[in-house]
Design a protein. Structure first.
Length: 274
């Protein structure tokens, strides 16, 4: 469904004119219904990869290689063709839901206008659909939320709204750019579970960007480990966990916080387990 081949991104310093390549010939493919996790530390190129797929790379940057979705070459597509792909095939879930929503517009307007524009739905039908989408992402008090402004809702509630907006256009591919970064651990787990359930129910493909290997392993079929703009290895979560191929991946694995050092977890007898 998605094919990325030899993707390179070069940016130019506006003052010195110096060119710097920040993505170094990465390639990967994504089947319909498959989820891929891009994992690595900050600055490894994960979000820039998503920007290239969306066609929103930094001004003046040059993208080389090939990116296609269902056979449509996104790098060669005209402005109108690219807008159609964005409206019908792609959806972005940003890491900061406050930045994704207009602070002076109610949540209902955000959802309803999106469906009215992309799906040519009447405002009344779009409002009914918006309420149904909110219920699907675990929001029961739909009328209150539709009337609310972003500052009146919690971060977890807002991220649910953003997920509802993303799936409202019935896309083929979800691009989730660290969608739980600003959330507490409990809310993070709830949002990830909702996102994964929506993806599986609708047969969507997903690229999930995160620095958290455990989180990516929970929702992704394959993981791509990135460092300094390069994909070092791609494998299933089990392959990455049990047979990492690079020293960097092993360092990422060992950097995960643990309650106890390896082999030093306290024994739990049968009575404690019960």
């Amino acid at each position: 469904m998605l094919q990325v081949t030899d993707l390179k991104l070069t940016v130019t310093d506006p003052d010195s004119g110096e060119h710097t390549e920040i993505l170094h010939g990465n390639s990967f493919a994504l089947a319909q219904g498959e989820s891929l996790g891009l994992v690595g530390e900050s600055g490894s190129g994960k979000s820039m990869t998503l920007k290239c797929i969306l066609g929103i790379e930094p001004a003046g940057a040059r993208v080389d290689g090939a990116i296609s979705i269902d056979g449509t070459d996104l790098l060669a597509a005209s402005g109108e063709a690219l807008r159609r792909v964005r409206a019908n095939d792609l959806a972005l879930i940003a890491q900061n839901p406050h930045g994704a929503l207009n602070p002076v517009l109610a949540v209902g307007r955000y959802l309803i206008e999106g469906m009215s524009d992309a799906r040519s739905m009447s405002p009344a039908d779009a409002r009914l659909k918006a309420a149904d989408l909110l219920r699907q992402v675990g929001i029961d008090d739909t009328e209150r939320v539709l009337r609310s402004y972003p500052h009146q809702l919690s971060g977890g509630m807002l991220q649910r709204v953003v997920i509802a907006g993303a799936i409202s256009g019935e896309p083929k591919l979800l691009l989730a750019d660290e969608p739980t970064t600003a959330l507490d651990v409990t809310t993070q787990a709830e949002v990830v579970a909702i996102l994964d359930e929506m993806r599986r129910e609708r047969g969507l493909s997903m690229i999930f960007v995160t620095h958290d290997l455990d989180l990516a392993a929970a929702v992704c079929d394959r993981l791509a480990v990135m460092k300094d703009g390069e994909i070092l290895e791609i494998g299933t979560p089990e392959q990455i966990r049990d047979r990492p191929q690079t020293e960097y991946t092993r360092a990422l694995m060992s950097a995960r916080p643990q309650l106890y050092p390896a082999g030093h977890a306290p024994a739990i007898d049968a009575e404690d387990r019960s």
